[in-house]
Design a protein around this ligand. Structure first.
Ligand code: AMP
Ligand code: ZN
Length: 114
C-alpha cells in the first residue's frame, strides 16, 4: 500500500528498530514508548483497521499473539505481566491505519485505559 508507514517500514524504505521479522508478521520498537517495553507487532499484509480482518487472515492474526508471547518472555514480562492492545479507528486512538498490536510492559498498568 502506497504512503503507508508500516508498509514502508516492512519494505525497508523507512528505518525502524526491528525486533522480530517473520514470514507474515514483524515487530518494531515504538518510536514514542509509553512503557519501558513498548513494541508494535504488525502483520505484513496491509489491513487498515481491525474491521478488515477476514477469516483468511486468522492464522496471521493468531501468530501475532504467539510472537507477543515470545517477545514478552524474552523480556521477562511473563513474570511481571504485560498488555497487548489494538486501537480500532480514530475514536479509539488509532493514528496509523495499518493494523498493529501494542505490546506494553515493564511498569504497573492502569485499568481501564483512558
Ligand atoms: P496507534 O495510535 O494505536 O495507531 O499506534 C501507532 C503507534 O505507532 C504509536 O504508538 C506511535 O508512537 C507509533 N509510531 C509512529 N510512527 C512510528 C515510527 N516511525 N516507528 C515506530 N513507531 C511509530
Ligand atoms: Zn500498510
Amino acid at each position: 500500500m502506497e504512503n503507508c508507514l508500516f508498509c514502508k517500514i516492512n519494505q525497508g524504505e523507512i528505518p525502524a528498530e526491528k525486533v522480530y521479522d517473520g514470514e507474515n508478521v514483524f515487530a518494531i520498537k515504538d518510536i514514542n514508548p509509553q512503557a519501558p517495553v513498548h513494541l508494535l507487532i504488525i502483520p505484513k499484509k496491509h489491513l487498515s483497521t481491525l474491521l478488515e480482518i477476514e477469516a483468511a487472515d486468522c492464522e496471521t492474526i493468531g501468530s501475532i499473539f504467539s510472537v507477543a508471547n515470545d517477545l514478552a518472555k524474552e523480556r521477562k514480562l511473563d513474570e511481571s505481566g504485560f498488555r497487548v492492545v489494538a486501537n480500532c479507528g480514530a475514536g479509539a486512538g488509532q493514528s496509523v491505519f495499518h493494523i498493529h498490536y501494542h505490546l506494553l510492559g515493564g511498569r504497573a498498568m492502569q485499568w481501564p485505559p483512558g
